[in-house]
Unconditional design. Structure first.
Length: 318
């Protein structure tokens, strides 16, 4: 199929580096004409991939940073093994993944885009990212757990992301990732359950990689990975994030590495005075980690409480 060959051409150009690869070599490798390769390259360019054609063949432009699904898929070995599908733009990758889940898509499928027109965060907020500068993707999970246990998924996803993104990355409960107090990534999970258990969980991830988005009235300062050193290429970063999420997910399903122990090293709130807005009240106290389901433990004047829904609205400096 043309789409399969096109994906293979993109991988070949990506892996050829600055030396490039000739149209003739690509035609011989994929058993087609040079004209077919030219059409594939033209289609990739229309999709937003900046491919340069020079005397030595095709190579990526110096500042091009496409996501190459075939390279990502080659790094996946566990439950989350793809397929990885990436498009230039979409409404919302979470909406796409929810539709795929309802249509019976397998666990582990990854849907991403360079641009979202209707991306969103928690509580209906808009998720903004300049085209091609971040990672915007959603993963479909089908955990065989009770509905009450699925509340842990956003927290374990945030922990996996923090461990990959930067040594100084921390999780601002329940699912924001910050570096030095500024937000670099966010997680949005959507779940379908019934009396028999969890049908599916969609884990949406947004990472600011090369640019800080222009977010109106942000709750927290905004940053990007490029503010903290040269970031990985998006293809490699996506692969590492999926591998880490897969490892954390499988450990959680198997009952290994309990969530409180995994969360503690990346906890942005431990020991700090916080205020949490819950659906029916505001809770203030000192944060003291999470419970086995990722609920935030708060030491209040009336004793310790556990919160499984809520939003941090104030954090004392510390």
């Amino acid at each position: 199929m043309d789409e399969d060959r096109r994906a293979a051409v993109l991988r070949a150009v990506y892996e050829s580096g600055i030396g490039g690869v000739s149209g003739q070599a690509l035609a011989e490798r994929f058993g087609c004409s040079r004209t077919a390769i030219h059409r594939d390259v033209a289609a990739l360019r229309r999709g937003g991939v900046d491919i340069v054609g020079a005397g030595g063949g095709y190579h990526l432009a110096a500042d091009a940073d496409p996501v190459v699904p075939a390279v990502v898929e080659a790094a996946l070995r566990g439950v989350l093994r793809g397929p990885v599908r990436w498009v230039a733009e979409t409404g919302s990758t979470n909406d796409d993944a929810v539709a795929a889940a309802r249509a019976g898509a397998p666990e582990g499928i990854v849907l991403g885009a360079d641009l979202q027109h209707a991306g969103r965060g928690r509580r209906g907020r808009t998720w903004v990212s300049p085209q091609g500068s971040g990672l915007l993707f959603s993963v479909l999970l089908r955990p065989r757990v009770a509905p009450a246990d699925a509340v842990a998924v956003p927290v374990l996803a945030a922990v996996a992301a923090a461990r990959v993104l930067h040594p100084a990355a921390r999780v601002l409960w329940p699912n924001d990732v910050v570096i030095d107090g500024a937000k670099v990534a966010g997680i949005l999970c959507e779940t379908s359950t019934d009396e028999s258990g969890v049908a599916w969980v969609v884990v949406g991830v947004g990472v600011n990689v090369r640019e800080r988005p222009d977010v109106p009235d942000p709750r927290w300062p905004v940053t990007c990975l490029a503010d903290h050193g040269r970031p990985l290429r998006r293809t490699e970063l996506l692969a590492r994030l999926l591998v880490a999420l897969d490892a954390g997910y499988r450990s959680w399903l198997a009952g290994r590495a309990p969530l409180p122990e995994r969360f503690a090293p990346v906890d942005a709130l431990a020991g700090r005075s916080v205020a949490i807005d819950c659906p029916d009240r505001r809770v203030t106290g000192v944060a003291s980690g999470v419970d086995r389901l990722g609920g935030l433990r708060i030491a209040t004047r009336a004793g310790e409480v556990g919160l499984h829904a809520g939003e941090v609205v104030r954090v004392a400096r510390g």
